[in-house]
Design a protein around this ligand. Sequence first.
Ligand SMILES: [Zn+2]
Length: 377
Amino acid sequence: MHAIFLYNPGVVQYDYGISHPFRIERVWLTEHLCRRLGLFDDPADEVRSYEAATRDELLVAHDSTYLDVLAGVSEGVYPPGLALHGLSTGDNPIFSGMWDYSLDTVGGSLTGARIIASGEAQQVFHPGGGLHHAQRQRAAGFCYVNDVVIAIDHLLAQGKRVFYLDIDAHHGDGVERVFYETPRVLNLSIHQDGRTIFPGSGFINDIGQGEGTGFSVNVPLLPSMSDESYFAVWDAIVTPLIEVFRPDVIVTELGADALQGDPLASLGLRLRGWWELLRRMAAWQLPWLAVGGGGYDLGNAMRAWTLAWGAMIAWDPVDRLPQPPAEMPGAAAGMAWPADFWSAPLAVGGARADGEVTAAIIRQVRQHVFPHHGLTP
Ligand SMILES: [Zn+2]
């Protein structure tokens, strides 16, 4: 078994701005924690850097005019109509090096897709990826370029059937839109209900169009829903669909903002539940490309992504967290280091099992989607 952790140490130089919640330091923290725990010690498991993507490779997911604007603002050129492209907003600020950062992010996920498609490794994790909101002509939700779309497109071009599973707290709208009419990607997003959170989409009756009808699946959960709801969704929706779809490859967007205590979302998934979901993904034993995504509590994100890598290499997690390093970059320097591996930050709403509401959500999703796959709702 061979697993590859894609990490470019230079990525931590980029900064959305000191008060912005999207912290690139999360990737540094994850690599650090994995290393301290000895998760790269086996010669079969490798940390590898990667080449940045080229502008041409970005054209798969973005219009040329948008890329010109993105490259321009990164150099201090401010053309009119920035707002049309979602730029220079609170969510999507302009910052130094953002064009290179975009090329780097896509480069990592595209490298991962190439490794998976070639069969060089069965598991690849690029924690710096997962910018699932970026649109063809527009930045959205902290995402300037859609590395997920570009990675999946490469896998499709290599003839793969792709199961895309997105467990970020926010609906994976930018990815869904691109593959909404194809049956070659089964696109399943489990997220916080769009009536309560950005981007306000991803409802039960959004199931794809044309030939793709039934191949986009949305499972909107209510705030505070926790491990039990995720497991029920897994058993009743994820498992039957993957069995009937029979993908060649899985691509997972592992936004850690689904965890309890995230400052920008209000789901109640715990780290133990998260670990169980990761174990279930690994148990499929399919070629697996994982990318990061959201996750605005740094302690949650670094532990969640360490667990993701751990699941890929069949790690048996420990309870004790190493002491924090003497020096940490940027905003990580001021973070609250978690007390142990599993405890969550305090949640505003707490966690609730709410089995009946979950059952109703599951029932409706199955009614909308399952007949398109010859499954009984
Ligand atoms: Zn998110």
